[in-house]
Design a protein around this ligand. Sequence first.
Ligand SMILES: Cc1cc2nc3c(=O)[nH]c(=O)nc-3n(C[C@H](O)[C@H](O)[C@H](O)COP(=O)(O)O)c2cc1C
Length: 511
Amino acid sequence: MAYESYAEFLEALEQAGELTRISQPLATELEITELADREMKKPGGGQALLIEQPTVNGQISAHPLAINTMGSARRMAMALGAESVDAAAVELGSLIQAKAPTGIRETFALLGQALTLRHAKPKRAKTGPCKEVIHRFDAPAPRTEPWPSAPDVNDTSTLDPQPSTLLDLPILKCWPLDGGRFITLPCVVTRDPDTGDRNLGMYRMQVYDDSSAGMHWQLQKVAARHGRRYYDTGERMPVAVFLGGDPVFPFCATAPMPDGLDEFLLAGYLRRKSVEMVKCETNDLEVPANADIVIEGYIDPTEPLRDEGPFGDHTGYYTLPEPYPVFHITAITHRKKAVYPATIVGIPPMEDFHMGSASVKLFMPILRMTFPEIVDIALPAEGVFHNLVFVSIKKTYPMQAYKIMNGLWGMGQMMFTKYIIVVDADVDVHNTSEVLFCLCACTDPQRDSIFTKGPADVLDHATTEIAVGTKLGIDATKKLPAEGHRRTWPPLIKMDESIKLKIDDYLNKRK
Ligand SMILES: Cc1cc2nc3c(=O)[nH]c(=O)nc-3n(C[C@H](O)[C@H](O)[C@H](O)COP(=O)(O)O)c2cc1C
């Protein structure tokens, strides 16, 4: 199902009993976080919240703020327009079953072809609802001096009922020690200057003033690679950021699609309707016509980088200031009745756990084409995306668990994984207690573990150097003689099925 606006998605959530409206004014400075955090910590992820009157420095914003809209398995499936995320995954997997690929690159190439064939290719539209209100700004002269270290986040100038600057939007200051306000669900569009390939990624943005923001694309992300090419040539880099529209967009912006494969193909496929794209007012990039808010601008490679942060992050800790490019705004366009979608990250579980879990499920059939022995994968909430991965496999030969660990560490954003625990097929990787039981019972620590080195998540504060880390893999599968275990492996304690049924029957009769 294709949603034509964020408001339409919110309506669907409300009808499904998944949305709570908050009509009393709530401050974008910390108060919305506290309410949303309590909601996200409820069993199953609580409700989506529509804050009808968010306030910015005490004044009510013209636009409502939606949060936790993808923060449960059901809402995540609804955002994808699917009955369940599993159903969407099976369908996506079946698209590329026709020809067995020889490796992950070929798998993704096949996926790209299949998505294109499914009429998922984006279409060009002349205009769209995202252009109902248009504000253009003069491009400021590039800065040559270093930036001041702290932005003046409280200078909100005038609050326009039709927002014209960043400071008019209900952008959150999420946590007490945050360095300012952050746009937390931005869909960022960039283009590879060499190939013309488009990328859609989600990289948070710290508001510096009414017309500039930090662009927090991390070192290993696709937009950062695009950016480096502009820094090589010194050419101005066009960037377009949009919020809202179909909720499938923010999901696709976070999905680990390989570099070079357009996320709008995946979006078109999932919503079963090509995404209509319109050209920006002040650069040549395109954004979805049905977006709620579009922020156009550029990055000037001749300018110094500027400190971004601190920010209360996915890791549960503040990420300390680090230098990032400055995004200068040349236009803001939006619907007359735009909704501002947001999220918060912090100590898990949070809304992003459900987004990450959906990505894992969706890409599982593709992963299995390269690693057919994989039964299931879980990224438990405590591991905040990359830190901890549980994998179950159908093991048929010695050292297979190590093949899986090495394969995963070499694959896209799985490179960030600190700990991988491999278990046998009968262990439920979504049950952390079962995995820990297996880890403790089925390993001899030195024999069954491997340390290796690799790129680390730049958010990881525990590594000695930023973005450089070590990894630990543990083989918690049943050991084979060739793996150094020459003793008899004992059976796991299990009751006979017939006895279980008899006792079930007895207990049922007693009720
Ligand atoms: C809520 C949320 C916020 C995120 N913020 C950032 C961020 O600030 N910087 C970043 O590099 N990745 C961030 N990510 C992860 C990226 O969106 C993700 O790695 C994505 O696949 C990147 O796209 P790319 O591979 O096209 O670069 C965030 C993810 C979520 C769910």
